[in-house]
Design a protein around this ligand. Structure first.
Ligand code: GLU
Length: 425
C-alpha cells in the first residue's frame, strides 16, 4: 500500500522516536491479524507545538517552545507527564507519548498515551517565571487536554506544585474547578496518597518479581542507580529497606560509590538540600564513565533516555537492568545485554507504577472519595505483580525479551481496541 510517508516514519530517524519505531518493528511479527493496524502505532494521533511567551522578572519577554503529543486514544483519554528540560524536542515527546500508550496498555489502565514538555532549563528561572511559564503552557494546550480527553502528570523537573498551577489554570479557563485534569497533585488539591512514591515502588515491586525468576536474593543484592530523584531515590530506599546495598549513584552532578553501601537516607537528605549527589561526604567520587562498569547485581537507570548504548552495554556487570527511566536503553544495547544474559526489565512495565497510581488519583477525583495509603499501595502492588506475570509468560511463550513481550501485550490491547472501534467516518 503506498501512501505519503511522513518524515518521522523512518526507523533510522535519530533520537528516541527512532528507537521507538525500531521497538515496534520487532513486535509486528507477533501481532497476528492485528498487524493490519500496526501502522497506527507509528503515527501519533495528534501533536501540538505551542509558543509559550512570558514576561521575565527583568521586564523582557522570553519565548519557550512547548509540546503536547497524544500518541493514541483508542483505549481511553491520553495520559502522560509533562517534562521541563533544555533538551526536550518534538521527537522526544513523540517517543515518550508512544511509550505511555504501551505502558498504559501493559498494566491495563484505561488510557491511551500522551506526553508534553517545554524546552527549557527550569533551574534558570525564578519561581515566578516558572509559574508564569507553566500557566501559559497550560492555557496553550488547554484546547486538547481535559479530564476526559488528556490528563497530564509530573515527569522530569515537574512536581506537585507544577500540577497545582496546571489544575488552577485549566480550572480558571473552564470556570469550574476540575481536579481530574492532572494527576500528581498535592494531597490537599485532590492528589492521592502514595502517588509521590508510586513509580519507585513499582520499580521495586517488579524488581523483586524479576529477581525471583533469575534466583537473585534482593537482601544481599548490590545495586547501582542512575538518577536519584522521585524514581531512583525512592526505588533505592525501598531496595535498601529490603536489605540490598546501594553501591553507586550517578546524577547530573556526578558519580559517587561506596562498596560497603551508601547511607540512602542521608543521601536523600543531601540531594533534597543541595539538588544533586555531588559533594556527599560519606562516599568516594568516581569518574562518570566508570559508573557503567561498577560491580553490582542490579543496575537501575532512572534518569533520561539513551544512556545504555552499544558503547557501554558490554561493560555492564549487573545480572539485571530495571528501567526506571523512559527509554534508557537503545535497541542495539538491548541486543548486547540479551546476548550477555543480562535481563532487562523494560520501562514500559518497570516504571508503570506512577501512572497506575495516577489512575487511582483520577478515579478518586471523579468520585470525590479518597482511599487509604494501604489500599493504594496494595492495589498498586497487585496490578504490577499481575502485569509482570503476564509479560513474563508471553516472553517464555515466544522466547523473546521482556521488552518485546511487554510490547506484544500492550500493542495487542491497543490494536484490538482500534479494531473494535473501527475507522470513522
Ligand atoms: N511521567 C510518568 C511516566 O512516565 C507518569 C505519567 C502519569 O502519571 O500520567 O510514566
Amino acid at each position: 500500500m503506498s501512501h505519503a510517508v511522513p518524515s518521522y516514519l523512518h526507523p533510522d530517524h535519530l533520537g528516541p522516536w527512532g528507537v521507538y519505531l525500531q521497538q515496534v518493528d520487532r513486535v509486528i511479527p507477533y501481532l497476528g491479524h492485528l498487524a493490519r493496524w500496526a501502522e497506527t502505532l507509528k503515527r501519533p494521533k495528534r501533536a501540538l507545538i505551542v509558543d509559550v511567551p512570558i514576561q521575565m522578572d527583568n521586564g523582557t519577554v522570553a519565548h519557550f517552545e512547548g509540546y503536547r503529543v497524544q500518541h493514541n486514544t483508542s483505549r481511553g483519554p491520553g495520559k502522560g507527564g509533562v517534562r521541563f528540560h533544555q533538551d526536550v524536542t518534538l521527537s522526544e515527546v513523540m517517543a515518550l507519548s508512544a511509550w505511555m500508550s504501551i505502558k498504559n496498555a501493559a498494566v491495563n489502565v484505561p488510557y491511551g498515551g500522551a506526553k508534553g514538555g517545554i524546552r527549557v532549563d527550569p533551574k534558570t528561572l525564578s519561581l515566578g517565571e516558572l509559574e508564569r511559564m507553566t500557566r501559559r503552557y497550560t492555557s496553550e494546550i488547554g484546547i486538547i487536554i481535559g479530564p476526559t480527553k488528556d490528563i497530564p502528570a509530573p515527569d522530569v523537573n515537574t512536581n506537585e506544585q507544577t500540577m497545582a498551577w496546571m489544575m488552577d489554570t485549566y480550572s480558571m479557563n473552564e470556570g469550574a474547578t476540575a481536579t481530574g485534569v492532572v494527576t500528581g497533585k498535592p494531597i490537599d488539591l485532590g492528589g492521592s496518597l502514595g502517588r509521590r512514591e508510586a513509580t519507585g515502588r513499582g520499580v521495586y515491586t517488579v524488581g523483586v518479581e524479576a529477581a525471583k525468576h533469575i534466583g537473585l536474593d534482593i537482601s544481599s543484592a548490590k545495586i547501582a542507580v542512575q538518577g536519584f530523584g522521585n524514581v531512583g531515590g525512592i526505588a533505592a530506599k525501598l531496595f535498601a529497606q529490603a536489605g540490598a546495598t546501594i553501591v553507586a549513584v550517578q546524577d547530573h552532578g556526578g558519580t559517587i560509590a561506596m562498596a560497603s553501601g551508601l547511607d540512602v537516607n542521608a543521601l536523600l537528605l543531601h540531594v533534597a538540600n543541595t539538588g544533586s549527589v555531588a559533594g556527599f561526604a560519606l562516599a568516594d567520587v568516581l569518574p562518570d564513565a566508570e559508573f557503567w562498569s561498577v560491580a553490582c547485581d542490579i543496575l537501575i537507570p532512572a534518569a533520561l533516555e539513551q544512556q545504555i548504548t552499544e558503547t557501554n552495554a558490554h561493560r555492564i556487570q549487573a545480572r539485571m537492568v530495571i528501567e526506571g527511566a523512559n527509554g534508557p536503553t537503545t535497541p542495539q544495547a538491548d541486543d548486547i545485554l540479551q546476548d550477555r544474559g543480562i535481563l532487562v526489565v523494560p520501562d514500559v512495565i518497570a516504571n508503570a507504577g506512577g501512572v497506575t497510581v495516577s489512575y487511582f488519583e483520577w478515579v478518586q477525583d471523579f468520585s470525590s472519595f479518597f482511599w487509604s495509603e494501604d489500599e493504594i499501595n496494595s492495589r498498586l502492588v497487585r496490578i504490577m505483580q499481575d502485569a509482570f506475570a503476564v509479560v513474563w509468560q508471553v516472553g517464555l511463550d515466544h522466547q523473546v525479551s521482556l521488552r518485546t513481550a511487554t510490547f506484544i501485550v500492550g500493542c495487542k490491547r491497543i490494536l484490538h481496541a482500534r479494531e473494535l472501534r473501527g475507522l470513522y467516518p
